[in-house]
Design a protein around this ligand. Sequence first.
Ligand SMILES: NC(=O)c1ccc[n+]([C@@H]2O[C@H](COP(=O)([O-])OP(=O)(O)OC[C@H]3O[C@@H](n4cnc5c(N)ncnc54)[C@H](OP(=O)(O)O)[C@@H]3O)[C@@H](O)[C@H]2O)c1
Length: 332
Amino acid sequence: MVKAKVFVYQRRFDGWPKEGDLKLVEEELPPVKNGEFLAEAVYLSVDPYSRVFSSRLPLGAPFLGYQIAKVLESKNPKFPIGRHVFGYFGWRTHTVVKDEPSGMFPPPVLVPEWKDVPLSYFLGVLGMTGNTAYFGVLEICQPKKGDVVLVSAAAGGVGSVAGQIFKIKGCTVIGLVGTEEKGKWLVNELGFDNFINYKTADLDKALSEVAPKGIDCYFDTVGGHITNTVLSHMNEFGRIGICGTISSANEDNETSAPFNLSHIVGKQIKMEGFTVLRWPNRQSEGMVQNHKWIQEGRLKTRETVTEGFENAFKAFLDLFLGNNIGKAVVEI
Ligand SMILES: NC(=O)c1ccc[n+]([C@@H]2O[C@H](COP(=O)([O-])OP(=O)(O)OC[C@H]3O[C@@H](n4cnc5c(N)ncnc54)[C@H](OP(=O)(O)O)[C@@H]3O)[C@@H](O)[C@H]2O)c1
């Protein structure tokens, strides 16, 4: 009998996630039936969306998350023993998996056996994170050579990839970050043109200085007052891709971020929200292209790795504290 460790959603979040909102329990797994396989987590992803979507999660359910897992036992020939899979199994060490969608999430997929990249990249730059950047930039923002682009949470998993794809497309790219260390990484190693530390700068003034001709495209992962300030710097016919709203993720009242919509009207701005799940049949396209850019040395990545499944909650909280650089993952 296999025992899984599982973080269950024990108490509804009230503001910031707190110790005790999740509970670590042990669960005995049922035997693997025909069509199923047993997966052992190798890397767990921690993501802001788990906080955002938690309102839809029933209490007592495994907490929301996706992982790379190894197939230990299989009664499904599509998932042979020893191969790695990507799946939305939740925060758990072992799972008996059916080859079918789970709620709004797609079914498990085999991880490619590419030897030139670490396995954990399939949670980040070669996984959902990289695809969010890929489709958000190319499909929603549709960058043109010479565009001035602003990316928020630019040193995070999604933002750091998005900014580099804008650079590949010939844009001038400015990153918003919460520390000098993050900003220097973006400029010195990833090729961003500039950065603003939104925690120490007067954002309005700093944007006038680094983007004196205005912003053509804003890849927004934070929302709130930052976005409100950015609106007044957007150019006519600017595009804004709304990827996330982490600044209000822990607020009960999400209306605390009013937009000055007159900028949207007056400057005829196109603003569009999106989720990566919009392109279910094109996920391998994004993964293959991001892999090619890595091989060509045009796309770099970084991970913040937390050791131990038991420490997943701390890694999750660190996202909201800005303690991660690049994609945050937990090594089980
Ligand atoms: N639409 C989609 O399909 C999709 C998919 C994946 C992720 N997302 C969204 O994309 C965003 C980034 O996700 P990620 O997984 O790549 O996480 P991440 O950027 O790696 O980590 C979160 C980062 O957000 C910044 N942050 C935290 N609180 C903030 C605040 N109040 N104001 C401004 N910045 C804040 C922090 O960096 P600083 O030090 O710079 O503050 C932190 O490191 C999230 O909003 C997420 O929900 C959307």
